[in-house]
Structures are given as structure tokens and as C-alpha cells.
Design a protein. Structure first.
Length: 370
């Protein structure tokens, strides 16, 4: 007797689409392999990210399934945004009656999807469960903790994530499946190689002769002192012939202008770039400076030294491996860390983020749980 398991995936930010794409590819493989136990997926885009980087080019370049519906929530205060999402997601779930709601990461879209499903008694599957920064001042930390505590299937990327859940009394439905972003990196790194030369030539860069930096988290962009210190650090490390390339959102660029910060000639601010271009630049950077969790992992996978512009990280394994140094927003710490990147020695951590088959394992577990 054939089965059909209905899934609704809730996403809202660019990284979530990239993670969801890995699972969508695994769903297609699962359905081909098990035609009598098919998984049917509908993708709901909350509209949390709605700029040009979520255009047709984004979906075409990355071969990502387009969402079945876009809620168009847009930007607003955390409570207002989450409330609008909750209301609209609930209506979709009432109509679709899925067997599972799949959520990714730690955004407001994640929290809204978790609450909507839990209140309708629809099982929740949380991808990237168990991550903790232990900093409740981060909105992402609140979102991930609450999502985990109402989830039925918790797909952890690492052993540390499993232990974090156990420490909070969560053990049922917990699976260490590996990291879906590793699935994605294996898929997209090959594609990025085809544009590597083009992006380096366009930006007049040479492999291993530049630093790549990203700054986007509210703790840095909304704190004048932190933002100023970070960019003063960039000014100092760029005093040599090694430039610092900073793909920067226009809002943050405007904020820097308001602060009256003058850049060094070797601090190069550019518009946000595509995901494949970013991967190509990461692979060829001398070092990466970032407050992004995802980029910390990508630096580890590409074996590029990483300097994290935060006070803590959820991805503690990257620090333990020797590729990641946490410096916060301290100018002198940034300068010191950059001066020592050539001395960083990685310690092998085996397959601590899985084998690149997390999507397949997620599909198997959902199928077996239905």
C-alpha cells in the first residue's frame, strides 16, 4: 500500500532557502528510490528577506525550488513581524493539513512556524536543532530555544548540539544527522569553481592575497561603538598591500557614513554579491572576518582561517579545530588575530559535521516516523 507524507517547509531568509534546497533535492531522490512512500513538499516563504537577492536570479543560479506561496511579511519589529507570520502560517496549515512542518535555523520565520504548528498539533521537524550560543541577548538564541522545545523531530548537526538538548531535558526525537549546509557546500562549491576566475578578475583580486569580511548581525550593526571598532580594525589590517573586501548591505554602509568613518584605501566596500560569488571569494581569501555563523562553517570546510566578530559562537567545533578565533568587536584583538593567521594550524575533527548526506537522513527519519 502506497503512502504520501505531506510536508510544509517554512523559510524566510536566504540561508534557509539554501538549506531547504538540500532537503528538497533529497526529497526528490527519496521519492525516486521509494515510489510507494513519497514525500510531498510545499514551500512557504514568509517574506522575511524580500530584497533583490531573493530574485529570480537567486533561484535560477542555485537551482532552488521556488516557494509555493509568499506571505510578503517584510521587515518590522520582532514581535510585530513574528505575529504577522504566525497569523498567515496558521491559515496555510489549517488549509494544507500537513503531516509535518519543517523549519530551519533560528529566524523569526522559524519561531512563527514552530508556534503555528505546535498550537495546531502538527508535528514539527527542526533542522539545525540544539545550537546554543548561551547568549539570550541574541534574538536568534530565543528563537532556536523555543523552536526546539516544541519540536517533535530535532535534527542536530553535531554531537555538541545533541548534548545541549540533553542538558535541557530533550532526548526524544533527537537525531544527529550532520549539517545540511555541508550537503549544500559540496553541491555548490563545484558550481562556484566555474565563476571563480571571473569574480577575481572583476574585483582585481588574486588568490590568498586579500581578506574577506562580512558584518550583518544586529549586535554589531546597531551598536555604534562595536561597528566603529570593527571597521577601525579593518582599516588597520588593510594598511598593508592586502586589501579587505567587504560586501555590505546599503543600510550598514549608510550607518558608517553617519558615524563619519573614513576607510583606508585598501578597505573595499562593495554591494552584496551572489551566493556562488561569495563561495568563490571565501575559497580564495587569505582569511575571513565575519559575524555570520554559516560563514564560520564554510571557512572551516574550505580550510580558510576565520576570525569571528562576536563574543561567542554556536559552532564551537570550528574554534576547537583551530581554524576559528573569536575576537568580538575589539580593534586590537582583530589586528592581533589577523597578524597570526599564517600560524593557525588546524586539528583534524573527522566528520564532525557529517558526510554530506544530512538531507537523505532527514527524509528517511521523517518517512519512518509517519
Amino acid at each position: 500500500m502506497s503512502r504520501f507524507i505531506k510536508l510544509v517547509s517554512v523559510v524566510g531568509a536566504r540561508p534557509q532557502f539554501i538549506k531547504a534546497a538540500a532537503v528538497s533535492r533529497a526529497i526528490a531522490e527519496h521519492n525516486e528510490k521509494f515510489p510507494d512512500s513519497k514525500l510531498g513538499e510545499k514551500i512557504v516563504h514568509t517574506g522575511q528577506h524580500y530584497d533583490d537577492n531573493m530574485s529570480k536570479v537567486f533561484f535560477d543560479e542555485l537551482e532552488i525550488p521556488r516557494p509555493d506561496c509568499n506571505l510578503g511579511v517584510g521587515s518590522s519589529l520582532h514581535g510585530e513581524q513574528t505575529g504577522k507570520m504566525l497569523q498567515k502560517i496558521e491559515r496555510i496549515l489549517v488549509r494544507e493539513k500537513p503531516d509535518f512542518v519543517i523549519l530551519y535555523g533560528d529566524t523569526n520565520s522559524t519561531l512563527a512556524g514552530a508556534l503555528a504548528a505546535a498550537k495546531l498539533h502538527i508535528p514539527v521537524a527542526h533542522v539545525e536543532a540544539g545550537l546554543r550560543s548561551f547568549n539570550r541577548g541574541m534574538p536568534e538564541e530565543i528563537n532556536r530555544v523555543l523552536a526546539d522545545h516544541v519540536s517533535d523531530l530535532l535534527f542536530c548537526p553535531t554531537d555538541v548540539a545533541v548534548k545541549n538538548l540533553a542538558n535541557e531535558g530533550i532526548s526524544n526525537g533527537v537525531y544527529q544527522v550532520g549539517d545540511v549546509m555541508y550537503d549544500s557546500i559540496l553541491f555548490y562549491a563545484k558550481k562556484a569553481k566555474t565563476i571563480e576566475r571571473k569574480i577575481l578578475e572583476r574585483l582585481d583580486l588574486h588568490s590568498k592575497s586579500y581578506y574577506l569580511a562580512t558584518v550583518h548581525r544586529a549586535e554589531n550593526t546597531e551598536d555604534d561603538n562595536r561597528l566603529r571598532n570593527i571597521f577601525e580594525g579593518f582599516n588597520n589590517i588593510s594598511a598593508s598591500k592586502c586589501p579587505t573586501l567587504v560586501p555590505l548591505h546599503p543600510r550598514t554602509k549608510k550607518k558608517l557614513s553617519e558615524l563619519g568613518l573614513v576607510y583606508s584605501n585598501n578597505v573595499r566596500i562593495i554591494e552584496p554579491i551572489s551566493y556562488l560569488e561569495m563561495i568563490a571569494l571565501e575559497q580564495n581569501a587569505r582569511a575571513i572576518l565575519t559575524d555570520s555563523g554559516g560563514i564560520q562553517k564554510e571557512a572551516y570546510w574550505f580550510k580558510v582561517p576565520c576570525i569571528t566578530l562576536r563574543e561567542e559562537t554556536e559552532w564551537v567545533e570550528t574554534v576547537q579545530s583551530g581554524w576559528n578565533v573569536i575576537v568580538g568587536a575589539d580593534e586590537l584583538s582583530i589586528i592581533k588575530a589577523v597578524s597570526g593567521v599564517d600560524k593557525l594550524q588546524a586539528v583534524s575533527q573527522g566528520t564532525m559535521y557529517g558526510n554530506g548526506d544530512a538531507g537523505n537522513r532527514i527524509c528517511e527519519i521523517i518517512s519512518d516516523s509517519s
